[in-house]
Design a binder for this molecule. Structure first.
Ligand code: ADP
Ligand code: 5GP
Length: 181
């Protein structure tokens, strides 16, 4: 049986970077979410996300195609159900890089899920990392920093909290949590 692993954390905490490194291991796959937000320059449809219209997203909800979904920064995000079900009947780990509200939905439905909350070393570093990524409009960035404070309040609902200071150390800690190291 496959094991579900949730990775949450404020925007800029390093979720995408950490997941990319984790999926170098063939035992670890990552779910590709659906979103109504626009792609960043580096993002390709079907790789980073499936980018869809609001209408298409609503239709997916109506058809029961999403295992969870949530609103974040005025956009919708959701986890496709079919790929998740397929992953759960195979060996290995299946990463869900999702925000807190969606994570709580999955934890309730599938309590055996391993949940990890990624923390930035401090708030200043979080802001710097968001600037460095340089893909958000300024007001979006401010919004994301505001949401970060709310998200941090949920960190104790997760099985593990990992501070993403040194990247290699973070990846190694998560591999240990998954008994892969
Ligand atoms: P998230 O997916 O959580 O929004 P990203 O993975 O996009 O965050 O990371 C935000 C920025 O921080 C990126 O520019 C990334 O290269 C950088 N970053 C991520 N982890 C680290 C780290 N441990 N040390 C320094 N920079 C990092
Ligand atoms: P971003 O716009 O930075 O890619 O993502 C914004 C937030 O949405 C992040 O916290 C990210 O983890 C989360 N997210 C991405 N995909 C999903 C998903 O399928 N469901 C939920 N609930 N959140 C998601």
């Amino acid at each position: 049986m496959g094991k579900l692993v949730i990775i949450s954390g404020p925007s800029g905490s390093g979720k995408t970077t950490v997941c990319k490194l984790l999926t170098k291991d063939p035992h670890i796959k990552k779910s590709i979410s659906v979103t109504t937000r626009l792609p960043r320059d580096s993002e390709k449809n079907g790789e980073a996300y499936y980018f869809v219209s609001k209408h298409e997203f609503e239709e997916m909800i109506q058809r029961g195609e999403l295992a969870e979904h949530a609103e974040y920064c005025e956009h919708s995000y959701g986890t496709p159900m079919k790929a998740l079900k397929e992953a759960l009947v195979k060996e290995g780990f299946y990463l869900l890089e999702i925000e807190v509200q969606g994570a709580l939905q999955i934890m309730e439905k599938l309590p055996e899920t391993i949940s990890i909350f990624l923390l930035p070393p401090d708030k200043k570093t979080l802001g710097q990392r968001l600037i460095q990524r340089n893909a958000n409009r300024e007001e979006d960035m401010e919004n994301r920093l505001k949401i970060a404070d709310k998200e941090m309040e949920y960190k104790d609902r997760y099985n593990y909290c990992v501070v993403n200071d040194d990247l290699a150390a973070t990846v190694s800690t998560i591999r240990k949590i998954l008994n892969l190291a």
